[in-house]
Ligand binder design. Structure first.
Ligand code: FAD
Length: 438
């Protein structure tokens, strides 16, 4: 008997799961699927929780869904309340495994997790599968990504690079090995299982939320993700996406794919395949193209990480600009939605209350922290990491760098005037009234 460990990371799904397929075809006879929950008291260097209540609840629902699907396939997921560097070596030793297969994540925190496993003597096979297009299919070496998104997109489109078809859900899994009870206890299996149960009182169903993740339709599971994609297409919403994407309230103004993409409950290749089928049946237009365009932005920020890695996390980013000093008082007011700027405050209240914020307002509040409050952009990025239900390390870091003018874009930063933004996007004040700032 030989066992392989499969470590679920930001890929909590069974459809289009190349990493899991690699584990299933590794030659092992048994599979131990594991997920490690972040410590409830883990804090950022800025002094607040790294994973806030919204994302915890959304991830818990994703795990409940995955747990149910894996049980049905005869191999229930082991949910550990312990860091991977503690849990995985103990589990491997207990079941006689030497190899861990997992998703490749090209960001410093996530790479340090893998390095710790290797330092503990495990062989770790990482599989890249979070992007629409595989980095190796690009018509340039991985370290020569075009510095401007438009150039990147044009080159991809001219070269005719298209995503591969998504993989189907495996019809069966390998059987699980026996894990001794003391080891289960040492890796916090009981606490892990308990902590993904429904929170009381239930969260995520604020009637004002644009993404009420506490409702069945928006819960974190793969089932909800695929149902959401299907209804989005059935209602032909891609056709109006380009006209509505700058909206501020409601479920339908943008796709709301991001929370499931971030948890990995939805594969970008599944979205692409279904969108292409939609275009064949109902026709392509600017809206359907723009969804592809935005998913390419998501890929671009992944490739940026493959090229620049930890340099993206420096205070100066990729620029030679001096680091911005932290503004603790301004930052606290910003987090609370108490700066005195009505649009910014409304947005920050929405973020704290619901864990979601429109792209338009993410840009406005990031700009306000950087250019009006003259704060450190990294504190803002950390607050988003803590609060966002759709936190994605690549998209968050790179969007903040982009607005701060510390990424690759030669045009410098992006400053948004909140008064003009309010006139353009909340002319009747209804958004500010909804969040009590007008
Ligand atoms: P839609 O408008 O429907 O777009 C479809 C998909 O395209 C999204 O789900 C997303 O995967 C991708 N996409 C759209 N815009 C962007 C973008 N600017 N950058 C990268 N991908 C994009 N997105 C995250 O998923 N996680 C984050 O942590 C995150 N942090 C951000 C921080 C800042 C400061 C800013 C300005 C943007 C951030 N974004 C982040 C990007 C964007 O705001 C969200 O992807 C989008 O609002 C999610 O809603 P949606 O799925 O309805 O998007």
């Amino acid at each position: 008997m030989s066992t392989v460990l499969f470590w679920f990371r930001n890929d909590l799904r069974l459809h289009d799961q190349p990493a899991l397929c690699a584990a299933l075809t590794s030659g092992a006879t048994h599979l131990l699927p594991v997920v490690c929950l972040p410590a409830p008291d883990e804090r950022t260097s800025w002094g607040f929780a790294r994973v806030g209540a919204h994302r915890r609840a959304f991830t818990a629902a994703a795990l409940r869904g995955l747990q149910g699907q894996m049980k049905a396939l005869g191999n229930p997921l082991l949910i550990c309340q312990a860091p991977p560097a503690t849990a995985l070596p103990q589990l491997a030793q207990a079941v006689g495994a030497t190899t861990v297969v997992c998703e490749d994540i090209a960001a410093p925190y996530e790479q340090a997790e893998v390095a710790a496993l290797r330092a503990a003597g495990l062989q770790v096979r990482t599989v890249w599968h979070s992007s629409l297009l595989p980095p190796v299919s690009m018509p340039w070496p991985v370290d020569q990504l075009p510095g401007v998104f438009t150039t990147f997109r044009q080159k991809v489109e001219r070269a005719g690079i298209t995503p591969a078809a998504p993989l189907p859900v495996p019809t069966k899994l390998l059987p699980p090995p026996e894990v001794p009870a003391p080891v289960l206890q040492a890796v916090g299996a009981e606490q892990g299982a308990a902590s993904i149960q429904q929170p009381t009182p239930p969260q995520g169903s604020d009637g004002r939320s644009s993404f009420p993740y506490g409702t069945t339709a928006c819960d974190g599971s793969e089932t909800a993700a695929l149902a959401h994609l299907a209804q989005y297409l059935a209602r032909k919403l891609p056709h109006s996406y380009k006209d509505t994407r700058n909206g501020l309230t409601g479920l339908d103004y943008s796709s709301k794919f991001s929370p499931w993409l971030a948890a990995g409950a939805l594969s970008p290749r599944q979205i692409d395949a279904d969108l292409k089928a939609f275009e064949r049946e109902h026709g392509a237009n600017d809206g359907t193209y723009w969804l592809w365009f935005e998913l390419l932005w998501r890929d671009y920020f992944r490739l940026l990480h493959l090229q620049y890695g930890a340099a993206l996390y420096r205070a100066r980013g990729l620029s030679e600009l001096p680091p911005a000093p932290h503004n603790p008082r301004g930052f606290e007011c910003w987090c609370r939605g108490d700066t005195g700027q009505p649009l910014v405050d409304a947005a920050m209240r929405e973020l704290a209350a619901t864990g979601y914020l429109s792209n338009r307002l993410r840009q406005v509040v990031a700009s306000y922290l950087i250019y009006d409050l003259r704060g450190d952009w990294r504190a803002g990025a950390a607050w988003f990491e803590s609060q966002l239900v759709d936190y994605d390390v690549y998209s968050n870091q790179a969007n903040w760098l982009y607005i701060a003018g510390r990424g690759t874009d030669p045009r410098g930063g992006r400053r948004f005037n909140p008064i003009k933004q309010a006139q353009d996007h909340d002319a009747d004040g209804s958004y500010r009234r909804l969040w009590g700032t007008a």
